[in-house]
Design a protein around this ligand. Structure first.
Ligand SMILES: *[C@@H]1O[C@H](CO)[C@@H](O)[C@H](O)[C@H]1NC(C)=O
Ligand SMILES: *[C@@H]1O[C@H](CO)[C@@H](O)[C@H](O)[C@H]1NC(C)=O
Ligand SMILES: *[C@@H]1O[C@H](CO)[C@@H](O)[C@H](O)[C@H]1NC(C)=O
Ligand SMILES: *[C@@H]1O[C@H](CO)[C@@H](O)[C@H](O)[C@H]1NC(C)=O
Ligand SMILES: *[C@@H]1O[C@H](CO)[C@@H](O)[C@H](O)[C@H]1NC(C)=O
Ligand SMILES: *[C@@H]1O[C@H](CO)[C@@H](O)[C@H](O)[C@H]1NC(C)=O
Ligand SMILES: *[C@@H]1O[C@H](CO)[C@@H](O)[C@H](O)[C@H]1NC(C)=O
Ligand SMILES: *[C@@H]1O[C@H](CO)[C@@H](O)[C@H](O)[C@H]1NC(C)=O
Ligand SMILES: *[C@@H]1O[C@H](CO)[C@@H](O)[C@H](O)[C@H]1NC(C)=O
Length: 585
């Protein structure tokens, strides 16, 4: 899916919709014109409630709402008539005087660090909207209840088990940072598949001629499907721009190393549209416009069969086997049937002519999240209670835990390529053997420089989880398997905390007067992660481990992770098989 998803005007909608929606439109308009008052009566009967029987109103009621049909806009126009680039030169000289200031380093200089609530531009449902940056009831915040579709936010200090935060401890200097981050908010995946939000829209639209809605669902009368697919949304763009600004504010001083050695940083991403757009927006936030001459952007091809540590599933054939790569799907379905048990009949009371299923109601919750991060607000959000959002959030946890994290048989192997690269950078030693998702062609001094103080890699949330599992960071797996019949009281694995839009992992390198060796910390969305379970690492109040010990533990992980076995052999998992290490044995 490297190519740009094409958007269509609504009058050239894909076959999925066109025939039935148009027929419905024709029937309704025709009926309204030719059957007049009779229809009006019928409409009043159907819509029972608050509609008057004026012919105009009847016409309006019958007007095909085109419920659920796509409403897409192509911008920019393909051939604008007033485009004269030569009349708008991009450089006319006379820039005025500027003097560059010192690089900021808030992670090193401030007594605290800037918190990210990251919901600027988004409007919460009115039922939860007293203050859209804080929880409405004690712990509830709808923007943090969408699992991997939540916008990233700063994890409260201590949440992951280390009572410390991202700014450098007083006795330490930051000497380097390796950042791994996800793309920003995107549209739902693949429109054509007919599942998820677009599947719901399509089912609604196919049955539109017979559906009436009332009460909280009345808004569906005029609802069209406005989401694109796969690409970054405007809000997602701002998330990455902001993340770039934030990282420059924290770690700008690391650029001094590049000035000293007269070199440029190399940042990496993969080739998908939302990935590349995210990487560019991060760079715009970090470096400012224009980007030319400030850094070099490596774009790694994401396509089936191509080795790419930022998209390892593309070269791991077993990932495509449903009960391996998508183990979470049936378990998620099982949980959805539990927590939405009472929701389905509750909403059904407001829909006539269409039988709602669990998947429809789940899709409505997804629509809340996706419409909000794409359009800024969604009526669907108003439909659900706090408890139902908790169920939705947990559904995402189940999916990720079993499909790409500690509960998956292939997570660790898929993350190991990035771990090999991290070790290579930390030790300034090229990778000897390319026996996972690494790509030897790209491992040369130009596209994979060693010895830099700053690295930035853009990837998918699935890969971020793969990598955390491959690193053997086991505190997130402490509570074991995720049940599908209830939400456990204590939870250590939450996709909203680990895999939200623009999720980011800072590998922070430190030199401390209190420690003899150089140190490393792993910081996930501003939450410091304990490393004490790694061989050779100690329980440390700031979550540090010596780089030396960390590297040795990672080399052991690399030795004991067999990509070829996990990805290319016939893995058979007996019934009831489970893991908390992301590995099959
Ligand atoms: C709508 O209802 C009519 C009458 O029951 C039925 O014949 C028709 O097939 C229904 N249309 C759809 C799209 O289900
Ligand atoms: C449908 O849209 C019209 C015009 O945008 C608006 O006035 C009306 O209130 C909407 N109806 C519902 C039920 O939302
Ligand atoms: C390695 O990356 C290069 C450059 O993107 C690509 O052309 C090549 O196919 C990749 N090799 C493998 C084995 O995937
Ligand atoms: C691609 O990955 C496979 C499997 O690990 C490996 O055998 C091969 O050498 C890699 N190719 C390159 C160009 O790195
Ligand atoms: C970057 O510069 C700082 C300060 O001069 C130094 O401590 C650090 O080791 C350098 N990092 C690298 C990777 O050279
Ligand atoms: C931190 O950096 C400052 C200025 O470069 C230096 O004076 C100090 O010794 C360093 N401290 C440690 C713990 O490395
Ligand atoms: C990985 O974590 C497990 C459990 O926390 C621990 O027993 C093991 O020693 C760790 N392995 C390495 C290489 O650090
Ligand atoms: C893959 O190569 C690394 C060295 O880069 C080695 O430590 C590891 O054992 C190899 N894995 C397998 C399964 O051979
Ligand atoms: C994988 O193993 C299972 C059980 O041993 C067997 O039924 C199946 O045919 C094998 N599949 C392939 C592709 O070898």
């Amino acid at each position: 899916m490297g190519g740009q998803s094409r958007l269509y005007l609504s009058d050239s909608s894909p076959p999925l919709y066109s025939s039935s929606a148009r027929r419905s439109l024709f029937l309704r308009v025709g009926a309204a014109f030719f059957a007049g008052f009779l229809i009006c009566l019928a409409v009043v009967a159907r819509y029972a409630s608050n509609r008057s029987c004026l012919p105009f109103s009847a016409f309006a009621a019958l007007l095909p709402t085109d419920v659920g049909t796509p409403e897409w806009h192509q911008y920019p126009p393909a051939e604008p008539t007033n485009a004269f680039p030569s009349a708008f030169p991009s450089n006319v000289g006379y820039p005025g005087r500027t003097q560059a200031g010192a690089e900021p380093g808030v992670a090193a200089t401030a007594p605290a660090y800037p918190l990210h609530s990251n919901v600027a531009h988004l409007v919460p449902p009115t039922r939860f909207s007293q203050d859209n940056t804080k929880a409405t009831t004690k712990d509830f915040n709808i923007f943090r209840s969408w699992g991997s579709s939540s916008p990233w936010y700063s994890i409260p200090r201590g949440k992951f088990g280390v009572d410390s935060s991202p700014e450098a401890p007083d006795t330490c200097n930051i000497t380097g940072v390796h950042l791994l981050h996800r793309h920003g908010a995107r549209y739902p995946a693949d429109y054509a598949s007919g599942s998820g939000p677009s599947g719901f829209a399509s089912r609604l639209s196919k049955n539109a001629e017979n559906i009436t809605v009332t009460g909280p669902l009345s808004f569906l009368d005029n609802w069209t499907y406005k989401l694109g697919s796969e690409g970054l949304t405007p809000f997602g763009r701002s998330q990455l721009f902001d993340l770039g600004v934030s990282m420059r504010m924290r770690y700008g001083f690391l650029l001094k190393n590049f000035s000293e050695t007269s070199s440029l940083p190399v940042f990496r991403t993969d080739s998908q549209t939302r990935m590349l757009d995210s990487a560019h927006n991060f760079a715009l936030g970090f470096f400012g416009y224009p980007l030319e001459g400030q850094y070099q952007q490596e774009i790694m091809i994401e396509a089936r069969g191509i080795n790419n540590t930022l998209a390892p599933y593309r070269s791991c054939p077993n990932n495509d086997i449903p009960n391996i790569g998508y183990r979470g799907a049936p378990l998620t379905d099982a949980w959805n049937a539990v927590y939405l048990r009472d929701t389905v009949p509750r909403l059904q009371r407001h829909v006539d002519g269409f039988e709602l299923g669990v998947r429809d109601v789940y899709a409505m919750q997804e629509l809340c999240a996706y419409e909000t991060v794409a359009l800024g607000y969604s009526k669907f959000c108003e439909l659900f209670t706090e408890k139902e959002w908790e169920g939705f959030d947990y559904s995402s946890d189940i999916h990720y835990w079993y499909s790409v994290a500690w509960g998956s048989p292939i997570a660790r192997a898929q993350g190991i390529g990035y771990v090999q690269e991290l070790v290579s950078r930390l030790t300034q030693t090229p990778i000897e053997t390319h026996n996972s998702s690494t790509n030897a062609t790209l491992h040369n001094t130009v596209t994979f420089p060693l010895g830099d103080s700053l690295y930035v890699d853009a990837t998918h949330e699935t890969v971020v989880l793969n990598v955390l599992a491959a690193l053997n960071i086991s505190s997130f797996a402490a509570m074991g398997q995720l049940p599908t019949d209830h939400i456990p009281k204590r939870r250590t694995f939450r996709s909203t905390e680990l895999a939200p839009f623009a999720t980011n992992v800072q590998f922070q390198l430190l030199s401390c007067s209190t420690e003899p060796d150089p140190q490393i910390r792993v910081i996930v969305n501003d939450g410091v992660v304990p490393l004490a379970n790694l061989d050779g690492c100690q329980d440390h109040p700031d979550g540090m481990c010596s780089i030396h010990a960390f590297v040795d533990a990672q080399k052991e992980n690399i030795r004991s992770t067999d990509w070829n076995f996990v990805c290319n052999t016939n893995l058979t998992l007996p019934d009831g098989w489970k893991t908390t290490t992301g590995y099959p044995v």
